[in-house]
Design a protein around this ligand. Structure first.
Ligand SMILES: Cc1cc2nc3c(=O)[nH]c(=O)nc-3n(C[C@H](O)[C@H](O)[C@H](O)COP(=O)(O)O)c2cc1C
Length: 226
């Protein structure tokens, strides 16, 4: 089943058909134990039978170029973004393939926070940067679907139609007033949902610190040489 899912994943479109990604499978419990702190010990890393780390990867392609007497020019930020896009498209195809088998998945955004530690644990060489992780397993429960903004909030006709204050308030009104989100705001001792994001979940200081760490990783992995 894993091969079937990964095969479906790798049918994702890829820039120039270069396949600028690698997927590292983690099933061994010792490896999961090593990875868990890199994901702030989110419990699914240990609990899910399968952990997949999706990496932007120019290492393999660069090696092929060099062996073919072709000079690779991919040690720059654009190349990282290109490879990251390829890796994320595969991850989402894997998600759909896994869900179509009845499995459940959870993305881990923590991958780009402590990427340096993941690089060490998974022995990722230069040219390889982890960009996201999927934990995959049989779902223990089937929770209600989580809300999305109305389509009109995210779709623009022909050109970007910037939002008035009134539109912003209207678009977020339903989200803010759902009973689960009201409880969530109260639990976090805040008065607005946005404050849970800015003051607790994704704080400026943390963002700046992790952003600097990621820039360091990109430099170390050879993507900031130009
Ligand atoms: C890139 C990315 C990173 C995410 N990181 C985490 C994470 O670290 N932990 C977690 O529990 N959920 C994570 N999620 C799941 C989101 O919180 C979830 O998709 C969102 O709340 C909407 O829920 P739904 O996908 O069930 O509709 C992540 C999702 C994405 C796309």
């Amino acid at each position: 089943m894993i091969r079937k899912i990964l095969n479906a994943g790798c049918r994702a479109s890829t820039t120039g058909n270069m396949q600028l990604y690698s997927i590292v499978i983690t099933r061994d419990s010792e490896m999961k134990k090593a990875l868990a702190p890199c994901h702030f010990n989110q419990p699914m890393v240990m609990k899910a039978p399968l952990v997949l780390t999706f990496c932007a990867d120019f290492n393999r392609f660069n090696k092929w170029c060099t062996l073919s007497n072709a000079e690779p020019g991919y040690d720059n930020f654009l190349s990282f973004v290109t490879a990251a896009i390829d890796a994320l498209l595969v991850a989402q195809n894997v998600t759909i393939a896994a869900e179509s088998e009845g499995l459940g998945v959870c993305y881990l955004g923590t991958t780009t926070y402590l990427a340096a530690n993941i690089i060490e644990i998974l022995k990722l060489p230069k040219g390889v940067v982890p960009v996201t992780t999927l934990t995959i397993g049989w779902p223990a429960e089937y929770p209600d679907q989580i809300d999305r903004l109305p389509l009109e909030a995210v779709v623009h006709q022909e050109t970007y139609n910037d939002y008035s204050d009134e539109e912003i308030i209207n678009f977020y009104h339903e989200k803010e007033n759902r009973p689960d989100n009201k409880a969530y705001i109260a639990e976090n001792n805040k008065v607005a949902l946005a404050q849970v994001f800015t003051d607790i979940r994704y704080k400026k200081d943390d963002n700046v610190a992790f952003s600097n760490m990621l820039l360091g990783v990109l430099k170390e992995q050879g993507f900031m040489n130009q």
